[in-house]
Design a protein around this ligand. Structure first.
Ligand code: NAD
Ligand code: DAU
Length: 339
């Protein structure tokens, strides 16, 4: 079995590569990644030592390069993680989100059709459903919840999902889609809430909480996302969407306070800053379908996962200190100074 993992030098894709190499010895795994600001080859250092793994630098929107790779490698399965993934960046500069997330998906699907890939999996997000109100804790996103996007990021992911479904219907393209809630764990890029708060707290810098910090996210430990995708690509039904989430809803302010407590840092570091434009209030996944059809259940509770994650960031300081000392500094200044 030969699998193409796009975006594998990023957070979830790299975790997926390590998961697959361990879980399925003998599978060949090829990573295609453009190494944007979010991609990091250091993350794949250990995978590089495995003869079943290969890294290829390339852009999923580069049709010729993608075709050549597919022609040469003859993939059985394609899992598309490659994306621009940060909502705040999409609000500042939407265009690259449309290019990578929509057109890149089309290029990958065209190559998959031409070279007869047996299964194409699109890694999507719960953000395509928009948000839920805070005063209706009884509501959850199911696979039937209408698409209703809020940010250029989520609109680009939803557009890609629609294209995938259209390719399935029109060409019988063997595709599946998963829509997961917020992930956390090792190799999470420091622009995102949890790693940003860990890094700032360790440096005794202020922790910028948007609005009142009451927005709710449904946190899933990244390894549980990987196990769900593994099940879908092997046993999921083509043409189907599977929601992935583990009922770990937390208000942002509670996540931030937990991190401070674990690190022994004072809550006085918290600073409430101007809210994100169009900020979604609450995400909450109903994972009944993937549980009933594929037997998936998450293994890691938030209380354990957040401790493991904090420990990982403490044990792997060079990985993230390297990132935040580079061009990330300019990003941070632009997004947070005078906010
Ligand atoms: P990330 O930003 O950490 O990594 C994205 C990777 O894609 C990087 O390695 C980057 O170099 C690569 N990439 C970007 N543009 C590319 C291009 N044009 N060609 C090739 N490679 C390119 O993202 P992540 O958080 O790991 O998210 C991975 C996927 O999972 C995304 O599709 C995202 O929408 C989805 N998702 C993320 C979460 C989450 O909580 N992070 C939750 C649900 C779904
Ligand atoms: O739900 C899945 C989505 O989760 C993925 O599709 C996205 O790729 C991923 O980035 C994530 O999106 P969010 O916008 O939910 O994640 P982020 O870490 O950016 O923010 C989480 C919450 O924390 C959100 O309500 C905004 C808030 N926040 C974020 C940052 C970076 C803050 O309060 N302060 C911050 O500095």
């Amino acid at each position: 079995m030969k699998i193409l993992v796009t975006g594998g030098a990023g957070f979830i894709g790299s975790n997926f590569i390590y998961y697959m190499l361990e879980k399925h010895p003998g599978y060949k795994v090829v990573c295609l990644d453009a190494l944007t600001y979010a991609g990091n080859l250091e993350t794949l250092e250990d995978a590089m030592k495995n003869p079943d793994f290969k890294f290829v630098k390339g852009d999923i929107t580069d049709r010729e390069a993608v075709r050549n790779l597919f022609k040469e490698e003859k993939f059985d399965i394609v899992v598309n993680f490659a994306a621009e993934s940060h909502v705040d960046r999409s609000i500042e500069e939407p265009e690259v989100f449309l290019k990578t997330n929509i057109l890149g998906t089309q290029v990958l699907m065209d190559a998959s059709r031409e070279y007869e890939v047996k299964r194409y999996h699109q890694v999507s997000t719960d953000e395509v459903y928009g948000d839920l109100p805070l005063d209706r804790p009884d509501l959850f996103f199911t696979e039937e919840t209408p698409i209703h996007t809020s940010s250029p990021y989520s609109a680009s992911k939803a557009s890609a999902d629609l294209l995938v479904m259209a390719y399935h219907r029109t060409y019988g393209f063997p595709a599946t889609i998963s829509r997961c809630s917020n992930n956390y764990g090792p190799y999470h890029f420091p622009e995102k809430l949890i790693p940003l708060m860990i890094a700032n707290a360790l440096a005794d810098k202020s922790l910028p909480v948007y609005g009142e910090g009451l927005n709710i996210r449904d946190w899933l430990y990244v390894k549980d996302h990987c196990s769900a995708i593994d099940l879908i690509i092997h046993n999921g039904r083509v043409g189907e969407v599977y929601n992935i989430g583990g009922h770990n809803e937390k208000a942002n302010i509670d996540v931030v306070k937990t991190i401070l407590k674990e690190l022994g840092k004072p809550e006085s570091l918290i600073t409430y800053v101007t809210d994100r434009k169009g900020h979604d209030m609450r995400y909450a996944i109903d994972p009944t379908k993937i549980h009933n059809e594929l037997g998936w259940l998450p293994e890691t509770k938030f209380d354990d996962g957040i401790k493991m994650t904090i420990k990982w960031y403490l044990d792997n300081k060079p990985w993230w200190e390297n990132i935040i000392s580079g061009e990330y500094k300019d990003y941070y200044k632009k997004m947070y100074d005078n906010r």
